[in-house]
Ligand binder design. Structure first.
Ligand SMILES: [Zn+2]
Length: 93
């Protein structure tokens, strides 16, 4: 089962308990890191570029349901979309 990914206008919601805010995400990613070591040999990642990533599984922190998430609109997302549509609908532009 694939996990739907949130977008700018949507967020996850647990379909079992309604949790909107806390999830454990298992994500696999391929990254390039700029590792900068100080003179003592302590490494620090100063830049990270994500080449690819995918969410493998999402677990609800409240009820423990695995991959039981759906996408719902973020608060204000509808108003923003309406504002953008209105801005694009200016007559004579
Ligand atoms: Zn839940």
């Amino acid at each position: 089962m694939t996990v739907p990914l949130p977008t700018e206008g949507t967020r996850w919601r647990c379909t079992l308990c309604g949790n909107l805010t806390r999830f454990n995400v298992i994500r696999s990613s391929r990254v390039v890191e700029f590792v900068h070591l100080d003179l003592a040999g302590e490494p620090r990642v100063e830049e990270r570029e994500v080449l690819s990533e995918s969410v493998e599984s999402v677990t609800c922190r409240w009820c423990g349901a695995v991959d039981q998430v759906e996408l719902v609109d973020r608060p204000g997302a509808e108003a923003e979309a309406a504002a953008q549509a209105a801005a694009g609908d200016k007559p004579g532009v």
